[in-house]
Structures are given as structure tokens and as C-alpha cells.
Design a protein around this ligand. Sequence first.
Ligand code: 5AD
Ligand code: SF4
Length: 447
Amino acid sequence: MRPPPAPQTCRGKSFGCQMTVYDGERMGELLAEQGLTAAEEGADADLVVLNTCHIREKAAEKVYSDIGRLRREDGSTPLIAVAGCVAQAEGEEIMARAPSVRMVVGPQAYHRLPEMLAEARTGKRVTDTDMPAQTKFDSLPARGRTRRAGPSAFLTVQEGCDKFCTYCVVPYTRGAETSRPFVDLVDEAQRLVAAGAKEVTLLGQNVNAWAGEDGRGRAIGLDGLIRALADMPDLQRIRYTTSHPNDMSEGLIAAHGEVAKLMPFLHLPVQSGSDRVLKAMNRSHTADGYLKLLDRVRAARPDIALSGDFIVGFPGETEAEFAETLQLIDAVGYAQAFSFKYSPRPGTPAATMAGQIAAEVMDERLQRLQAALNRDQLAFNAASVGKRCDVLVERTGRHAGQWLGKSPWLQSVHFHGDAAIGEVVAVELAEAGPNSLHARLLEPVAR
Ligand code: 5AD
Ligand code: SF4
């Protein structure tokens, strides 16, 4: 086959969790260093990176339909790279099923993208799904490298998972839990702030399992990292996601009451309200243990907004067990939450468990669960009306003169008035909808 011409423009598309988005941004920076420029909206790109998610079946199937759609009218395709967790789990299958894919790069190997690109340009098809013990973070993003950042930026601090929930592919696709070193994180946070970030969201599959040593060699956990970042004068807000209930340390709970820059929001997945299901999921906590933990978090930070993840239709889930999940939802009063139908993932223990649930039963349970979650989300937003709070302005709205931003409780807030992207403005929340709130600007910002 004739070697394809050197690519000059590229486009990336990321599916799935924020960590995939973060990885996509890093790959974009790497490719920019190779001289590639981002293809304009709607224009053809020479190189397309599909950065994929494997957590549920639909996400993986989407990759194949996307590959198909990249075929041009003349039958040619751009240079296609499949990255991320689908690449890790199904690299060989992708190469066999999709001949137009030239590169397959796993989430622990994408720092090798420039070398792989050089190889692919000679006409080879290249795969790298290694999980080296020395993490990609040692070479990526290199210290001193400029980071691009909007007002709210992601920072991956921890990756991988050792929890092995029986339904989940993450321990296989992302590997064992690893924490990035403290000094690298402080360095990257400084560069994000220098690039204009006002808020940093610390990312990890089990972000609260982060462990490291501070500048003086003392062992610290995520709360220590948060406290250190909070000392950066120009950083105004800190968030973190996703946490596991078993790694919620006393120090982290206390930080919610003590660190003003740590936003009053906690995403703490529970998955089910039934102890039998939780045990079969290998979650190693009970529903009551989770509720007691939330009591302690609320004692530290009474206004905290809570979020979670739920799976309906785990193998063997009975109607009574599902009802326990609804009871847990009623007891918590989530500000928002994500919910999914159980999707059997090849190679995970749950995929071969007895009692797989029929699709119609899952559909019906998901509808009931989401009705309860939507009800609570609207109630949380409605209860916020009249509150005065800060909003970090992230972008312009759909209407002339309208701004969009986030409240401390991660609600989308829109308002009119004198503001600019990247400012933190004071507002009064005036009207609540299910997905956003309308606010009144309280005082013009001194510029
Ligand atoms: N099926 C359905 N949902 C899943 N999740 C993880 N694995 C599966 C699966 N096999 C959900 C969990 C997790 C979130 C990131 O995705 O709720 O917290
Ligand atoms: Fe998956 Fe469970 Fe690890 Fe979360 S804690 S990434 S659900 S194995």
C-alpha cells in the first residue's frame, strides 16, 4: 500500500468520562507539537483520533459506526487512530474489523502517539496497548510544557482501579491504581492557572485513593493535595471526581468543612441500595454504611450537593431489591445523578452470572429510577432559589448578552449583565428548571 501523505490537520473526538476528555486534550497538545493543526469545524481532517470509552456496550458500538462515517465520498478515509479504553480492550478486533484504522493506542500508551504516527505514515498499521509500570505521566505532559485551559480545567491525579467491581472493565482497561507525584501535580496546576484556569477538577477513577508525599516528604492523601492547591492565590475553586465510598477518609470529609475553595459537591457512586446486590457487585460497603458516611459529610458541610451513579438490572436484581435502591434515593435527596442499565462486559465476572435481567425489565426500572432522580434534582434546584452565591462564568449563552456558568453546587446558571468568561461573579438564584437556574447579577465586577 502507498504511504499516506503526511497529515497536517487533525480532529479528536472523545467519548465517555472526564478522564477520556483530559486524555484527548493531552493528545491534542502532543499532536500540535508535531506541527498538526486542528481541523476547522466541518472541514475534512487528515488525521482523526477517536478516543473511546468501553464502560458500556453502546459506547463501544459507537466507535464502529463513527469509523464507518469517516469514509469520504471518493471512498478514501483520513488516517484513523482509535485511542482509549475500547482500543485497550478490543485493539486486535478493531484492527481486524476496521481496515481503515491505522493506529490503536491504549490509555496508558498515548505518549507514544508521535512515534506511532511516524510509523503509520510509512504505511504500517500500529498497535500499542502496553501498560508500562513507568506511567505515561513521566513523559506527558512534560514539565514546563504550556497547558491550554478554559476557566474550568481537568487535572488527572490518579488513574486505574484496584476495586474490581464485578460489572466493571476499568481495572482491566486502565490497570492498577497509580497516583501521580505531588510535585508534578502542583506544577501542572500552576501551568493551568497561568493559562487562565480558575477552577481545577482533580480526576481519577478512584480519585480519593490518591496518595503521595508533599514537598517536605510527608505522606498525604487527597485532602493534603487539595489543601496545598488551595494555597495557590489565583486558583479559586477545587473539585474532584470520582470517589469510592471506602476511600472517603476523615481528612477528606473534614476538608469539606475547612477548605473554602473546595466546592460543596460530592460525586459518590453507590450503584444499588440492596446489600445483596452490593455484595454481588463486590462493592464492599453496605447501603447503610453509605448513608452513614453521607451523614458525616453533611455534618462537615451541611449544604453539600450530592451526586451518584446507579446501575439497574444487575444480574439477579429482584423487584424488591430494586425498590431498596429507590428507598436509598429517597433517603439521600441527590442534587444530580447518573443512571445506567447494566451492560455485560466481556471478561468481567458479572457477565457470566446467572439471572441476567430482560431488557424490558431494565428499561422499566431505569424509567422509574430516573423519574425519582429528576424529581430530586428539580427539588434541589428549587430549594436553591433565593440563595446568593458565586458563579464561575464559563461561556456565553444562546441568547444575546447571556452568560453561562456554574454555581458552587455544580448547577448550570445563566444570567445577563456585565461579566466576562473566567470571572467569578456574585448572583442571586432566581428561577429553577430541572437542568439549570436563572440568576440575577448582584454587583458589577471591578475590572
Ligand atoms: N454496566 C452499566 N453501568 C456500568 N458502569 C460501570 N460499568 C458498568 C456496566 N457494566 C457505571 C457505574 C460507574 C459508572 C462510571 O458507569 O455506575 O460508576
Ligand atoms: Fe469500576 Fe468499581 Fe473501580 Fe469504579 S470502583 S472504576 S465501578 S471497578
